[in-house]
Design a binder for this molecule. Structure first.
Ligand SMILES: CC(=O)N[C@H]1[C@@H](OP(=O)(O)OP(=O)(O)OC[C@H]2O[C@@H](n3ccc(=O)[nH]c3=O)[C@H](O)[C@@H]2O)O[C@H](CO)[C@@H](O)[C@@H]1O[C@H](C)C(=O)N[C@@H](C)C(=O)N[C@H](CCC(=O)O)C(=O)O
Ligand SMILES: Nc1ncnc2c1ncn2[C@@H]1O[C@H](COP(=O)(O)OP(=O)(O)OP(=O)(O)O)[C@@H](O)[C@H]1O
Ligand SMILES: N[C@H](CCC[C@H](N)C(=O)O)C(=O)O
Ligand SMILES: [Mg+2]
Length: 487
């Protein structure tokens, strides 16, 4: 139980109607979850407007309402607090309600188009191996040290974040690594959190359905760095042309990492093969089981962060070499008849290009590279032809298929993808709507030593069609077909 005026601390308020001395049981931004004595925060969303559920929340016994516009009819006994931005107010309320949990541990945010899950999860792994209690908020899962929870978002809503951070405080967690998505920043999900550091991986085409332009998408990411405190560190990849943009207005201590440019943390790839990467990081050599150029960036970001957080250089190098790949991120198996199948979460043009270039750089050119890929429904449509183009340019055969069509017609999504295929590549590609059939066909086409890449779904355990989620996992599917079809 908390008193309303205490949890309003630091919330920028325009008007109050009613008593702020009342007790608040719980905070909710979804009217359907309201119970007796709760506070309802009305948020203007992308589909509906939370303000239209204020009455419903009061019927369910909400005692206080936070809103941007006061309702015309005010109910006696209910306290109304008017604010400029309900999402921002929600984040501050959440932090107050749970007792500022981000201040009781070292919170590190990872942002960028690709690599957030990889960097955050591997930092979790590394700090666990170093003997600390650690937390993780990621696309794949939420970890409160050893306790695992299902993740619904890359960056959960501010109430959920603060709830888990509080649980981490109770468990004695010292470091928490979290992914910070552009949706998360834009919807103020991370507002009011005290970050010890921020990491920028890279920026490329994604989510242009939500953010109208690339510049808007970039500027949203930048606000995360603008809001870091002077005690925090900001670590950015300066091989990406937007790396320095992120640092332009930050108060945080600035650090850079790069493979190609001058930087505080530099790495060079000495060897790049299916077994892993041999890197020279600043002056030391380090071997890692992770594969591909892009993972050299991830490993470097992890190395730099561990050092900035005070771990010993020699220990960090040892721990880096023990890191295991993250589920659905370049996860691979080699079948008994020597077919390699790789499952990777590449669901953006840039990620797909990187993963295909990586495979091409380590395969000998005699084998086929068969790619199975699709694009999500109800998501950025402009990336579809780009991914169609990249897949066919960089593979020897491509099977286009479905990847969570959601409410869209799968055939229409596939037509959008096919538009990006150049005439000279037509004969390389075929389209099979059913993902399991597409994977099966890839397995049938593959000969010993060939490589199959299944891109886009990574760790996901479902295929979402027409709002319904069916059990589906790329790794299990390909593993079973390769066994069944053994040549
Ligand atoms: C587009 C988007 O980001 N939507 C998020 C947003 O929901 P919304 O704006 O659509 O909400 P809405 O349905 O319009 O409802 C408005 C308000 O009315 C409330 N409501 C609604 C109905 C009702 O009966 N009563 C009621 O009170 C809702 O609780 C909400 O507060 O706010 C919700 C609460 O925080 C999020 O769960 C929801 O994420 C949806 C499910 C989603 O799919 N988001 C994706 C795109 C996302 O956030 N992805 C990023 C990762 C992207 C990446 O790969 O980088 C992520 O961080 O996960
Ligand atoms: N540093 C990187 N640069 C470019 N591509 C990368 C990098 N790291 C990973 N990738 C590619 O992007 C895919 C997604 O990686 P990861 O899940 O780590 O990114 P993410 O930023 O968490 O994505 P999401 O926005 O969906 O949460 C990987 O499967 C891989 O193909
Ligand atoms: N976080 C990303 C994941 C996309 C993964 C892909 N499998 C899809 O469903 O489009 C998104 O919500 O856009
Ligand atoms: Mg992620």
């Amino acid at each position: 139980m908390k008193v309303l005026k205490d949890i309003l601390y630091k919330v920028s308020i325009n008007a109050v109607v009613g008593d702020t001395g009342i007790a608040i049981n719980a905070i909710h931004f979804d009217s359907r979850k309201i119970g007796n004595g709760d506070l309802f925060v009305a948020v203007k969303g992308t589909v509906s407007d939370g303000h239209s559920f204020i009455e419903k929340a009061i019927e369910l016994k909400a005692v206080a309402v936070i809103c941007e516009n006061l309702p015309e009819i005010l109910i006696d006994g209910v306290t109304y607090v008017q604010v400029d931005n309900s999402n921002s107010a929600l984040a501050i309320l959440a932090s107050n309600f749970y007792g500022f949990p981000s201040e009781n541990l070292k919170l590190i945010g990872v942002t960028g188009t690709n690599g957030k899950t990889t960097v955050a999860s591997l930092l979790y792994q590394l700090f666990k191996s170093a003997g600390y209690k650690v937390g993780l908020l990621s696309t794949v899962k939420i970890l409160v040290d050893n306790i695992e929870y299902k993740a619904t978002h890359t960056t959960p809503d501010s109430l959920t974040i603060n709830k888990y951070l509080k649980e981490m405080n109770d468990e004695g967690v010292e470091f928490c690594f979290m992914e910070v998505s552009s949706h998360g920043i834009h919807q103020c999900r991370t507002e009011g959190l005290l970050f010890e550091g921020g990491i920028f991986t890279n920026l490329s085409h994604d989510h242009l359905d939500y953010h109208n332009t690339f510049a808007e998408y970039r500027d949203v990411k930048k606000t995360f760095f603008d809001e870091l405190s002077e005690n925090a560190f900001a670590l950015v990849n300066v091989d990406d042309k937007n790396g320095l943009v992120m640092l332009q207005n930050t108060k945080a201590k600035k650090y850079t990492y790069a493979l190609k440019s001058y930087a505080d943390y530099k790495a060079q790839i000495l060897e790049n093969q299916f077994g892993g990467l041999l890197l020279k990081v600043n002056d030391s050599e380090v071997w890692t089981k992770l594969i591909g150029n892009f993972n050299a960036y991830n490993v470097l970001a992890i190395y730099a962060t561990a050092e900035l957080l005070g771990l010993e250089k020699v220990e960090v190098l040892r721990l880096v070499s023990d890191l295991e790949s993250v589920s659905g991120r370049f996860q691979y198996l080699i079948s008994d008849d020597k077919i390699t199948a790789i499952v990777d979460y590449a669901h953006t043009p840039d990620a797909l290009k990187n993963v295909l270039e990586t495979i091409n750089s380590i395969r000998t050119k005699n084998e086929e590279l068969i790619t199975v890929v699709g694009c999500g429904g109800d998501r950025d449509k402009t990336k579809r032809p780009k991914m169609g183009h990249i897949a066919t340019e960089l593979s020897t055969k491509v099977i286009f298929t479905s990847d969570n069509p959601r409410s869209e017609d799968p055939d229409e999504i596939l037509k959008d993808i096919e538009k990006g295929v150049e005439p000279q590549n037509y004969k390389k590609s075929l389209t099979i709507v059913d993902r399991a059939q597409a994977i099966k066909t890839a397995c049938q086409l593959a000969q010993p030593n060939d490589i199959i890449l299944i891109a886009g779904k990574g760790h996901e355990s479902y295929q979402e069609i027409n709002g319904e989620r069916f059990d589906f996992n790329d790794y299990k599917t390909v593993q079973e077909f390769l066994k069944q079809l053994q040549k």
